[in-house]
Structure formats: structure tokens, C-alpha cells
Design a protein around this ligand. Structure first.
Ligand code: SRM
Ligand code: SF4
Length: 562
């Protein structure tokens, strides 16, 4: 008889070892920062820097000549809300320390790119002085918490944004290293027993196995793509009151090409909680990820794999044990739509807000379209609150109605339109940054999608679909940063100039799309889409959307690869 081998204890990843060794996450960042001879950090510090909201990158356009090191910094901006003053600080910093652009992200934050090492200290000080921080914007911790940025003055959405802020604060790591390095400018003494033995009250010494993401949504709008988060709260409103939330767990999109152990997954909706239980429930879910996530393989370490492999019933029991009570059943809800509103709207309180489209979230000045300068001028002069959206756009809120036309005129003087800001296809699209900043990208995204959209618009016009909204998202690799797997059409970079084509997401972002064709160059992409659009135009039933039609027809007929 052949004996089955004893189970082999799998080795923890290197990230686990370094967190265990330096649980304050200080590394030697403070010392290297103070060293004028160093233009970069070593590998372990690069991992610690992420918990501080900083990524070491190099300009990939220049790699053939030499590695030009630079940094990307991401803010922690729960619900994407900034005061006018804070926005102006971000704008100043982008001009003075970064590449003169602000990159609005798909999680309602702002990133700076192209910061050199000597700029890091001043940038971080300025951000912290404005009472925003970058702590836990990256790393094996809870990330920026998303919440609907609109409607702006509606009492329910106000409460939901407050709850998002509370959760963000409650899940912050407590290390003193962030303040020591970036505010006081000192290196923590790693030999100090207090530093050595530090243990975060929530995260412990080794934090989470991987990142953790939280979002809030108010049905029927699913502007945050709630089901793609590790933890989601779906607002339940009864008689005009926010009575609590349905709890959604185990979503996430990142995967690796050719690795079946990794896949996008939508959340399971597992119970209902009252508002006063929000923090306890958030901590309990986070601790389940902390204790059961796979610490031996970072590609397989998200909470979604725990849910998929152990099941919803197991999760509900584990959660009940930790909370001391079981959550009651899910309340009815329906998501109908994702996406943002553009142009002027009147708020409930009589003030006005303006939704502005920002292509791929990149706030910059180009010839004839000086968006960065225009936004700065409006924010300086009219002091609106600034809201960042989960689709990389911006809302200028709380503007006096009498200032409407002055704001519109000021924007127009910089080439920024308020009406017809972009075509219907562009307004619904997203791309991740990819090249030249992202070290993981396999293909272009932000720099390429606008061109491809122009060609797709041409195809749509040929097939009498010129005014059709189709949600199209592109990423430079399979990690899914612009959430391509929740789009009606998703392009995912496979190699330079080559993309996987996914189709079949829906308008409410409650369905994942499926891989349709692989390794397509632009001519092949257009050749695949042309017959699909022709058939769609002929076969759609009523106002049926492209993604729904794909699922009803093509995806049924085709053997898809996932
Ligand atoms: Fe992301 C890594 C950009 C939202 C999944 N993401 C990265 C890095 C930091 C590359 C790296 O690790 O070196 C990218 C920086 C590029 C650059 O040059 O700026 C990056 N991710 C972004 C942003 C800026 C994309 C955007 O177009 O806005 C988004 C910042 C959000 C924020 O403000 O916090 C961003 N990333 C997402 C999302 C969407 C979301 O969260 O709603 C996802 C998919 C959802 C998910 O997490 O599953 C996402 N990013 C990833 C992954 C894959 C994680 C996984 O589970 O496998 C990576 C790779 C990694 O972590 O190793 C990654
Ligand atoms: Fe980089 Fe890939 Fe994320 Fe795009 S999807 S930003 S290429 S990690």
C-alpha cells in the first residue's frame, strides 16, 4: 500500500518575515530618507513604504537607458471628500514635488507620480499638514474606504459617508513609525524594546496576509462597484431612515494570467447589521482575513479565497462566534446602475454641484485643455468641497447658485466644457495608469485607451450604435485596477500591444464578464468587435444593453476560456 505523504508545512512569504521582525513597519526608511547619497530604498524598505502609502517605481520609458527611480504616493481620503484647502494643497504638491499631474484613482483617492527621493519628505509633510494622510493607502491593511460621493447633501448619503470615515479610522494601524518618519523626521530605534515588541491591537505583529478593501453603496446606485470589495456595506433605508447595512464579503478582482488558483470574485451577501454594529462587524471580518488568509502565497492571500474555499456557511458561523451573535438575514435591495453624473445639479439644500469628467482620472494641463489650472482657479475662487468619484471623476460641491455661470465661464476659458464634456462611451470608461509608472504593467492602458475608444466609436457609428453607452475598462495587466472584469467590455494587458478581451458585465456591476478572446492586437480587437456590434444592433431586444446581449447570445454559444 502506498502511504500518502504527510502534509508539508508551507513556508511563509518573505513579507511575513519582515513584518514579524519590524512590526512597527519603520524599516530603515527614516535613516535612508536622511541619507543624501541614497536615491532609492532597499527591497524590505520598499515593502514597508507601501504601508505608508508610498511605492518606489522607475520610469519604464527610460529603462533602456538607465533605471530612473521615482515614487508614487497615494492619499487616504475616505469617501473621496476633500475641503477646498486640502485640494489646493494636493495641487501645490503635484506642481512642486510630482510630475505636475494629479491622478484620481478608482478608489476615490489621489496619487502623485514621478516624485524623486528628495521630494518625498516635503511632500509627505505638506499632505499631513493639510490634515490628510497617506497611512495605509497601500500595504497589507485596510485601504481607502469608498462611499457614494453623491447625492451631495442628501441626509442618507451624508450618514453613509460618515460611516465610511468611521470604519476607515477604526481600521487604521496604530504604529508610531508613520508619524515619526514623516512628521517628526526621525528613524525609530529598532533596538528599543518598545519598538521591537510592538503589536498592533487589531492587526497583531504581522498585519493582514494581503490588502483589504471596504466600500459602502446606497442602492439602487452601485457607483463603488461594491461587490468587488473584500467587505461591502449595502445601505438599507426604511421610511427615510438609514436602518443599517447588508453585509457583503469576499469580493476581489486581481488574478494572474495562466494561474487557475487566482480569479476575480464577487462578494457573497451574508447578513444584515445595524449601524451601531458597524465597527465591530468590520473588525471581525478583517480579523477573519487576518487569521485565515493564506500567508504562504501572496497571489492567493485575499479574503475572497477564504470565502470561496471555506464557504458562506462557515464564514457566517465564524463571524457569529467572533461577534457573539449571528447576523439576521439579508434585507431586500436592488442595484440598477453604476457610474457618475456629469454637469450641474441642484443639491437638496439649494446649493449646486458640478460633476466633471476626468479622462482616466488624470488632472493635467495640455494645449487647449488646462484642466489642472482650471480646477485650481475654481477651487481658489469659489471654495467648493471637492469629491472624488469611484470612476476617477470629480464633483465640485456646495457652490452658490449665483456662481454657476461664473464657474462655467472660468472653466470654459481653460477649454473645459460643462455641457457635453465627453462622448457617452468615454464618460463610462476607465483605464489604470499602467506604463510608464506601474512596475507590473504588461501593456499600455491610460495612454492607449483614448485612441482605442476613438476606433470603437467609429465601429459603433458604422453599426448605428453611435449613442450607445457601453461600459469599457482597460488595464495593463490582470491585477484589475480599473475593475475591467466588472465592465461590459474589459481589455486586460497580456503583452506589449496585446490584450485579453472580456465581455458580458452588466450596467449595475453585479455580474463578472468572461474571457472571450485572447492575445489580441488592435486590428484583431476591432475585427472581433465589429461582428459583435452588428449582431447586437440587429438582435437586441428593446433597450437591451451590450453586456446583457452578450450573455444571452454569444457567451451561451461560445466555449469561453474561464
Ligand atoms: Fe491597483 C497594484 C494602481 C485600484 C488590484 N495598483 C497596483 C500598483 C500599486 C502597482 C504595484 O503594486 O506596483 C498600481 C500603481 C500604478 C501607478 O503607477 O500608479 C495600482 N490600483 C491602482 C489605481 C491607481 C488604478 C486606477 O486606475 O485608479 C487604483 C488605486 C486605488 C486606491 O486609491 O486605493 C487601484 N487595484 C485597484 C483595484 C480596484 C478597486 O480596488 O476597486 C483593484 C482590483 C480589486 C482588488 O483589489 O481585487 C486593484 N492593484 C491590484 C492588484 C491585485 C491584487 C490581488 O488581489 O491580486 C495589484 C498587485 C498587487 O497588489 O500585488 C495592484
Ligand atoms: Fe499596474 Fe496592472 Fe494595476 Fe494597471 S492593473 S495599474 S498595469 S497593476
Amino acid at each position: 500500500m502506498i502511504e500518502s505523504p504527510a502534509p508539508v508545512a508551507r513556508k511563509l512569504t518573505h513579507n511575513e518575515d519582515i513584518k514579524q521582525a519590524i512590526p512597527t513597519l519603520a524599516g530603515t526608511i527614516g535613516a535612508v530618507l536622511a541619507d543624501p547619497a541614497a536615491d532609492r530604498f532597499a527591497e524590505d524598505d520598499i515593502q514597508f513604504l507601501k504601508f505608508h502609502g508610498i511605492y518606489q517605481q522607475d520610469d519604464r520609458d527610460q529603462r533602456k537607458v538607465a533605471k530612473h527611480f521615482m515614487f508614487m504616493i497615494r492619499g487616504r481620503i475616505p469617501g473621496g471628500v476633500l475641503t477646498a484647502k486640502q485640494y489646493l494643497t494636493f495641487d501645490d504638491v503635484a506642481t512642486q514635488q510630482a510630475n505636475n499631474t494629479l491622478r484620481l484613482t478608482s478608489r476615490q483617492s489621489i496619487q502623485f507620480h514621478g516624485v524623486v527621493k528628495t521630494g518625498l519628505g516635503p511632500l509627505m509633510k505638506a499632505i499631513n499638514r493639510s490634515l490628510v494622510d497617506t497611512l495605509a493607502a497601500c500595504g497589507d491593511v485596510n485601504r481607502n474606504v469608498m462611499a457614494p460621493p453623491a447625492p451631495v447633501s442628501d441626509p442618507i448619503s451624508f450618514q453613509v459617508r460618515e460611516d465610511a470615515r468611521r470604519v476607515s479610522e477604526a481600521l487604521l494601524p496604530k504604529t508610531k513609525a508613520y508619524h515619526a518618519i514623516w512628521v517628526e523626521g526621525v528613524q525609530l530605534n529598532l533596538e528599543d524594546p518598545e519598538v521591537k515588541e510592538f503589536e498592533d491591537p487589531l492587526y497583531g505583529k504581522t498585519y493582514l496576509p494581503r490588502k483589504f478593501k471596504v466600500a459602502f453603496a446606497i442602492p439602487p446606485l452601485n457607483d463603488v462597484d461594491l461587490l468587488t470589495n473584500d467587505l461591502g456595506f449595502i445601505a438599507i433605508v426604511e421610511g427615510g431612515e438609514l436602518v443599517g447595512y447588508n453585509l457583503a464579503v469576499g469580493g476581489g478582482l486581481g488574478m494572474s494570467h495562466g494561474n487557475a488558483e487566482t480569479y476575480p470574485r464577487l462578494t457573497d451577501v451574508v447578513g444584515f447589521l445595524r449601524r451601531d454594529q458597524l465597527i465591530d462587524v468590520s473588525k471581525a471580518v478583517l480579523m477573519i482575513h487576518r487569521d485565515f488568509g493564506d500567508r504562504t502565497n501572496r497571489r492567493h492571500a485575499r479574503l475572497k479565497y477564504v470565502l470561496e474555499e471555506k464557504g458562506v456557511e462557515w464564514f457566517q458561523k465564524e463571524l457569529a462566534t467572533r461577534l457573539g451573535f449571528a447576523l439576521p438575514t439579508v434585507q431586500p435591495y436592488t442595484f440598477e446602475k453604476q457610474g457618475d453624473r456629469f454637469g450641474w445639479t441642484q443639491q437638496l439644500d439649494g446649493l449646486d454641484s458640478l460633476g466633471l469628467f476626468v479622462e482616466s482620472g488624470r488632472v493635467k494641463d495640455v494645449e487647449g485643455y488646462r484642466l489642472k489650472t482650471a480646477l485650481r482657479a475654481v477651487v481658489e475662487q469659489f471654495q467648493p468641497e471637492v469629491r472624488l468619484t469611484p470612476s476617477q471623476n470629480i464633483i465640485l460641491a456646495n457652490i452658490q447658485p449665483r456662481d454657476r455661470s461664473a464657474v462655467s465661464e472660468l472653466l470654459a476659458r481653460h477649454g473645459v466644457a460643462v455641457e457635453n464634456q465627453a462622448t457617452i462611451l468615454r464618460r463610462a470608461a476607465m483605464a489604470c495608469p499602467a506604463l510608464p509608472t506601474c512596475g507590473l504593467s504588461l501593456a499600455e492602458s491610460e495612454r492607449y485607451l483614448p485612441t482605442l475608444l476613438g476606433k470603437i466609436e467609429g465601429l459603433l457609428a458604422e453599426t448605428n450604435l453611435a449613442n450607445e453607452e457601453i461600459v469599457i475598462r482597460m488595464t495593463g495587466c490582470p491585477n484589475g485596477c480599473a475593475r475591467p472584469y466588472a465592465a461590459e467590455i474589459g481589455f486586460v494587458g497580456k503583452a506589449p500591444g496585446k490584450y485579453q478581451l472580456y465581455i458580458g458585465g452588466n450596467e449595475s456591476s453585479t455580474r463578472l464578464n468572461r474571457l472571450y478572446k485572447e492575445n489580441l492586437r488592435e486590428p484583431e480587437i476591432l475585427n472581433e468587435l465589429r461582428p459583435l456590434f452588428t449582431r447586437f444592433a440587429a438582435e437586441r431586444v428593446g433597450a437591451e444593453r451590450f453586456g446583457d446581449w452578450c450573455v444571452r447570445t454569444v457567451l451561451k454559444e461560445t466555449h469561453t476560456a474561464n
